[in-house]
Design a protein around this ligand. Structure first.
Ligand code: PGA
Length: 258
């Protein structure tokens, strides 16, 4: 499966950083065997998508309603209108700070997919859950309850859906699970996806996220059922991000175009 390497800029980025987005987009064009995307702060989406029209720019969250009295929120239609082609939903920082439930995340994923956006749906366990030995079961249930169903999931939607496994304790900490732990989790998530969507569940990309950088990306991408990465800190500069894209191309055997 073609790998997806997506950057999550979180609350970083001003107009002065559009040059960095352009540098990432320009260099990514050389890696045609890898899909590359940047999820930037909402107010940068329009300028970024104008600056790099053939490159995937995404949002980091979306409201589940089409419109209405939701002060400060952004709908899927607004993201599309600004030029986004994808959005993250259910990042652990939002599940935690904004108290988003699995049901909220499911509604957001359904709203975004119905509107035509691709979705990166995040799941992941706390350190406490990892240490209790319950990580695989807990994250599996979280995925099952967050997955889009109904109309949004009908007809080819799994291709526009990616799941990101992001252990909360690995985000921004420099710590990562062992490759065996990543393999075990991704295998379990694949099974849940097949249970939910049938054979189409095989087409959903499962990304790993949490302290991915150039120096560890290669071994992570070689793990079965790792179909890409969601990258935070190391996506902010072309110098840090491009080696991760290159590692994905290397594992795919697609290399860099001349
Ligand atoms: P990190 O963040 O790469 O800085 O650990 C990943 C994420 O939160 O998506």
């Amino acid at each position: 499966m073609k790998k997806l390497v997506a950057g999550n800029w979180k609350m970083h980025g001003l107009s002065a950083d559009l040059g960095e987005i352009k540098a990432i987009a320009d260099a990514s064009r050389g890696y045609s065997g890898v899909d590359v995307a940047l999820c930037v702060p909402a107010i940068l989406i329009e300028r970024a998508s104008r600056a790099v029209p053939d490159f995937a720019i995404g949002g980091q969250d979306v409201h589940f309603a089409e419109k209405g009295a939701h002060t400060g929120c952004i709908s899927a239609k607004m993201l599309l209108d600004a030029g986004a082609t994808l959005t993250i939903v259910g990042h652990s920082e939002r599940r935690d700070a904004q108290r988003e439930s699995d049901a909220d995340v499911k509604a957001k994923a359904e709203a975004a997919l119905s509107c035509g956006l691709a979705v990166i749906l995040c799941v992941g366990e706390s350190l406490e859950v990892r240490e209790s030995g319950e990580a695989v079961a807990t994250v599996g249930t979280q995925l099952e309850e967050s997955l889009p169903h109904g109309e949004a999931a009908a007809g080819g939607v799994p291709e526009r859906l990616a799941v990101a496994y992001e252990p909360i304790w690995a985000i921004g900490t420099g710590k990562i699970p062992t490759m065996d732990e990543i393999a075990e989790m991704h295998d379990a998530l694949r099974q849940r996806l097949v249970t939910a969507y049938g054979p189409a569940g095989q087409q959903v990309r499962i990304l790993y996220g949490g302290s991915v950088k150039g120096s560890n990306a290669g071994e992570i991408f070689a793990v079965p059922n790792v179909d890409g990465a969601l990258v935070g800190g190391a996506s902010l500069t072309a110098a840090d991000f491009l080696p991760i894209v290159a590692a994905a191309a290397e594992v795919e055997g697609s290399g860099k175009a001349a």
